[in-house]
Design a protein around this ligand. Structure first.
Ligand code: IMP
Length: 204
């Protein structure tokens, strides 16, 4: 289905592209970032689900570039808050909010919540869209709980508050490879990887 295994990553984030490149090392898949396609329109993430947002982005990029495209959308869901901040994770404290303002708002919203009520999960949905319109999505989760204060300085976003299940360190206290091995993004990427390598044309 995918002949030229050039896949456009619907991101300008080089780190995401490098991470994908590492995971697909040894396979005949090459990721190109949006930097190679100036003029590609920005897509408003106005969907109600991670899946809707990732599909919308991947569709727009595939249509613009005429190539297979991959887009992701991710965020944090706190069960006791009705799965907030969810798709609003990046702008929980308002449009253009910083990570630290979002973290502060989350701690405020969770004041008084104890034990099980601090349960949360990170979600990442990756959408693959082909130029002929075919699409497939891959979702990864990591379950854990939200601490009462920030710990650690690695990572980004809500990492300093998130304790993955079975661990007494937050994501921000872990190294990147440690986090990647269990993260929502790592898990979604593994599913995508599994899918791509089973396509006959994708083996090197
Ligand atoms: P996006 O998928 O790049 O739109 O990111 C959505 C938002 O979710 C980020 O700005 C973070 O606030 C949060 N988020 C997503 N993944 C992670 C993660 O791995 N660690 C911490 N925060 C995350």
């Amino acid at each position: 289905m995918i002949n030229a295994m050039d896949i456009v990553l619907a991101t300008k984030n080089r780190k995401k592209a490098e991470e994908m490149g590492r995971i697909f090392d040894g396979y005949d898949v090459r990721f190109i970032t949006l930097d190679s396609f100036p003029g590609c329109p920005d897509v408003e993430e106005d969907g109600k689900t991670f899946r809707a947002n990732s599909l919308k982005k991947a569709r727009a990029v595939s249509a613009f570039t005429g190539r297979p495209a991959i887009a992701d959308d991710s965020g944090l869901e706190v069960m006791a808050l009705g799965r907030a901040p969810g798709v609003y994770s990046a702008r929980y404290a308002g449009e253009g909010a910083t990570d630290s303002l979002n973290v502060r708002k989350l701690l405020q919203e969770m004041k008084g919540l104890e034990g099980e009520d601090r349960a949360a999960r990170f979600v990442c949905c990756l959408a693959l869209v082909l130029p002929d319109g075919h699409h497939k999505t891959f979702t990864g989760y990591v379950y854990g709980s939200i601490g009462k204060k920030e710990k650690g300085s690695n990572g980004f976003g809500y990492d300093p508050l998130f304790y993955p299940e079975g661990h007494d360190r937050t994501f921000a206290e872990m190294t990147a490879p440690e986090k990647d091995a269990m993260s929502h993004r790592g898990r979604a990427l593994k599913k995508l990887h599994q899918y791509l390598i089973t396509l006959p044309q994708s083996k090197s």
